[in-house]
Design a protein around this ligand. Structure first.
Ligand code: SAM
Length: 196
């Protein structure tokens, strides 16, 4: 699966490029970034030149093997790939500047617990960037989308964009940027942890 995932073209290249660009507008060269569910590492490697360091974790060893070989081939040294689930991942409170969770929240058993964990680990003013399938509004597509979750042994969780945003704000975040390229597309959010 990991090899197949790595070769799969990005479904909506224009939307992906816009999300990269918006994310990079929040980055500073001294930032410590954590990405969970990094997959084969493509996004972390693209963002690497814009920050100090990225710790990219994934629960799949095979995904990380591909990610590490890409980093080596591209000579990128400020991304560390580690085998860990977000559930097991530990970091000191208020130690991270930015967290990325892309195409992952809809696969988690308890996204609220993960969002709360991310909130605690972020520094005040830190950002949480997510791109999430909100199948609640796109029921006719839900079965198709669910298919993509299955290869990872995970089941797509069904919720709406409003429910996702409520989970984010209930954890204490303020939504700073929000974009959905279309009704059936993932919801992209940049949420900020308030300074105080
Ligand atoms: C749909 S892929 C998304 C990969 C990448 N973020 C992207 O946008 O292309 C989901 C990834 O999350 C990983 N994953 C699933 N559950 C996880 C968890 N609880 N903690 C960390 N990684 C997880 C899977 O191994 C897979 O690589």
């Amino acid at each position: 699966m990991a090899k197949r995932y790595s070769r799969k073209p990005i479904a909506d290249e224009a939307a992906y490029q816009k999300k990269l660009q918006v994310t990079q507008e929040y980055f500073q060269p001294d930032m410590m970034v954590m990405e969970f569910g990094c997959g084969t590492g493509g996004t972390a490697l693209i963002h690497a030149p814009f920050v100090s360091h990225i710790l990219a974790i994934d629960g799949s060893k095979k995904m990380l093997e591909i990610a590490k070989s890409k980093a080596e081939a591209e000579g990128i040294q400020n991304v560390t790939f580690e085998l860990a689930t977000i559930d097991d991942f530990e970091a000191p409170e208020q130690s991270i500047d930015a967290v990325l969770g892309l195409s992952i929240l809809h696969l988690l058993k308890n996204k609220e617990a993960v969002i709360t964990k991310v909130f605690k680990q972020l520094k005040p003013g830190g950002i949480f960037v997510t791109s999430t399938i909100c199948a609640g509004e796109m029921s006719k597509f839900a079965s198709i989308v669910a298919f993509f979750g299955r290869p990872f042994g995970l089941i797509l969780k069904i919720f709406t964009a409003s429910e996702l945003k409520a989970s984010i704000t209930n954890a204490g975040f303020e939504i700073d940027y929000e974009w959905r390229p279309g009704k059936d597309k993932a919801v992209f959010v940049v949420a900020k942890k308030p300074q105080q």
